[in-house]
Design a protein around this ligand. Structure first.
Ligand SMILES: [Zn+2]
Length: 265
């Protein structure tokens, strides 16, 4: 099986040490499981038996959009599928997205809490419209975050509003729909025509999971680890345990993400 991890992070070698230091500062409960480099990620993937990984970039300011696109173009490979990132205060998004599509980039990642906007505010909707027009995938950070444990800025209700506004937009909600807002995932997102990325599925309370699973199509899940913030081996075990059925597991680990990314397998 060619397992695809739909949610990982890595940084250019020159930035990785500093990025990892600042991202782990202040959240002692969240150690890193690789060194933040592409080589570190690939080593972790080899150990876990993961074939390919989506790298979720995050532009915390407009000036990062360009270097993220350039780096993404330079690291693209069979096993490395970088998603670029846009910032709502950035300019020239049409040209940037056209260049990304031309280069074979398959998606865009947003983490509105780190990017300092509310996921469904108007200036963000303008970005989603451009992304939908180009049929790129959006990976949304969803729900709370260890750094913003009470934020509602990336809530399932807000994500549903985006889906209703752009039903053709191929959107993926990370962390099993929304980290630590899983009752709301069951209420607002389960059963909708959007994808749930299964990182932290092992932490979803059984009752919420049962409702999500009952309502949401098996064809609309993808596996993700959020590596380096989790151990890919353990995350994979948790997801396999959650899904149980072998056929469905194969679908979630391989065929769903491969189809969503337009990979020829
Ligand atoms: Zn992440």
């Amino acid at each position: 099986m060619r397992i695809i991890d739909f949610h990982t992070h890595a940084f250019p070698d020159s930035l990785a040490p500093r990025a990892m230091e600042s991202l782990t500062a202040g959240v002692p409960d969240w150690p890193a499981y690789h060194d933040g480099t592409i080589a570190g990620l690939l080593r972790s993937m080899d150990i876990a038996g993961i074939h390919a990984a989506v790298i979720a970039n995050i532009a915390t300011k407009p000036s990062q959009e360009r270097p993220i696109l350039d780096w993404s173009k330079s690291i693209q490979a069979e096993r490395i599928i970088p998603f670029i990132s846009l910032h709502p205060d950035g300019e020239g998004h049409d040209a940037l997205l056209d260049e990304a599509v031309e280069a074979g980039i398959r998606g865009v990642k947003f983490h509105c809490l780190y990017q300092d906007f509310v996921v469904d505010e108007d200036r963000a909707l303008r970005m989603y419209e451009r992304i939908a027009a180009r049929d790129l995938v959006i990976l949304f950070h969803a729900g709370r975050d260890p750094v913003w444990p009470t934020s509602e800025d990336a809530s399932p209700a807000r994500l549903l509003r985006i889906h209703r506004r752009f039903p053709q937009l191929r959107m993926v909600a990370a962390h099993t729909g929304a980290w630590r807002m899983w009752d709301e995932v069951a209420e607002h997102l389960a059963g909708e025509d959007l994808w749930l990325e299964l990182s932290f599925a092992g932490d979803v309370p059984d009752e919420a999971w049962a409702t999500i699973w009952e309502r949401h199509s098996p064809g609309r899940y993808v596996f993700g680890s959020d590596s380096p913030w989790t151990d890919q081996v353990k995350t994979l075990e948790q997801v396999r345990r959650r899904l149980g059925d072998e056929g469905i597991t194969a679908q979630v680990l391989e065929s769903n993400p491969s189809r969503l990314l337009g990979l020829n397998s």
